[in-house]
Design a protein around this ligand. Structure first.
Ligand code: FES
Length: 336
């Protein structure tokens, strides 16, 4: 993809508008991410970045990136990338999605902190353009100047004053009760705006501690299937638990019209074994968190060490994350 335009959102956050090349016509949904592939001295590395554009609005495909302290690639992108530069992508994925029928849900709540607004922004634009539903955004930042999309959100608010409610929380304010989202304030917002917990969807995106606090607060009164979380951590998991069967089994992989048959044995996951054979499969976080590597097991049994993405129903139906998967009890076949 060619970087066609760069928009400075804050001191350390940029939106990159991307022009797909080589005839690639990416299809995506609001809330998904693009996985970028970087070739480094230490081999290929991948990072996923949330899409901030909405496919409904005729906008160019765009990702918004905030510099992370010591972030190898975020610093490179934010400070050194120029229009005309070429970025390489392994595709688009992600399960942080709106329901198919946006109108079927009466209220959408977005709880975002810092760059956690990025996927939420694309979804908020989509809901406002496509449905009659109401949106409540609770958005935490250090200061107004650090607030990504502040001006764009204010403009949206002016266009949809009846349907978009925004509360900005700035941690530099002296009023401790209103400067950060704590459990008390979260419930105050719910008491004020929530009409029916069975007809409301909640989308939470931000740093780990924030997600943990909000997740616990919501769990007390919102059905689990109405809470959606996007975890931004890109750190691989250091420890992979032992599967119940550590024997070697054959894994047949159907991907992109090709068939590969490889042996897989703990501690190598299916993804690790495929990478060792030079087979290019989709992946990003390698931690069971992003969903880029999701596949379907059509024969045999797969055991997953960790999964933050797939629902129980999807796992029952054979879906699996190959970065966390091992064949157990015999050979397996997987299809992408
Ligand atoms: Fe992210 Fe497997 S690569 S879940």
């Amino acid at each position: 993809m060619e970087v066609s335009n760069i928009i400075s959102e804050t001191n350390d956050a940029r939106t990159f508008e991307l022009k797909p090349l080589d005839g690639w016509k990416p299809e995506y949904q609001a809330g998904q991410f693009v996985t970028l592939v970087f070739n480094t001295r230490h081999g290929e590395k991948r990072r996923s970045y949330s899409i901030s554009s909405s496919p409904l609005l005729n906008e160019p495909l765009a990702i918004t990136i905030k510099k992370i302290d010591n972030g190898e690639f975020s610093r490179l992108l934010v400070y050194h990338t120029k229009p005309g530069d070429i970025l390489y992508s392994s595709g688009i994925g992600g399960f942080f999605l709106l329901p198919k029928d946006t109108n079927a849900v009466k209220q959408y709540f977005f709880l975002a902190a810092g760059s956690g607004i990025t996927p939420c922004y694309g979804m908020i634009k989509t809901i406002l353009a496509k449905s009659n539903s109401m949106v409540v955004l609770i958005y935490s930042n250090r200061t107004e100047a650090d607030t990504i999309f502040y001006n764009q959100l204010q403009r949206l608010n002016a266009v949809y004053p009846e349907r978009l409610i925004i509360h900005y929380l700035f941690s530099n304010l002296l009023d401790v009760y209103r400067s950060r989202l704590g459990n008390w304030l979260l419930h105050e917002f719910l008491n004020k705006y929530l009409q029916d917990e069975h007809h409301a969807k909640f989308y939470v995106c931000g740093p780990f501690d924030y997600m943990h606090m909000v997740g616990l607060g919501l769990a007390a009164r919102i059905p689990a299937e109405n809470i959606h979380k996007e975890n931004f951590s890109s750190l691989p998991r250091l420890f992979i638990p032992r599967p119940p069967d550590t024997d070697e089994h054959k894994v047949t992989i159907h991907f992109s019209g090709q068939e590969f048959i490889i042996p897989v044995q703990y501690p190598a996951t299916i993804l690790a074994a495929a990478k060792a054979k030079g087979i290019q499969l989709p992946f990003s976080c390698e931690a069971g968190r992003c969903g880029s590597c999701a596949t379907t097991c059509t024969k045999g049994k797969i055991w997953m060490a960790y999964n933050e993405v797939l629902t129980n129903d999807e796992v029952e139906a054979g879906r699996a994350l190959i970065c966390q998967s091992f064949p157990v009890g015999g050979d397996v076949i997987i299809e992408f």
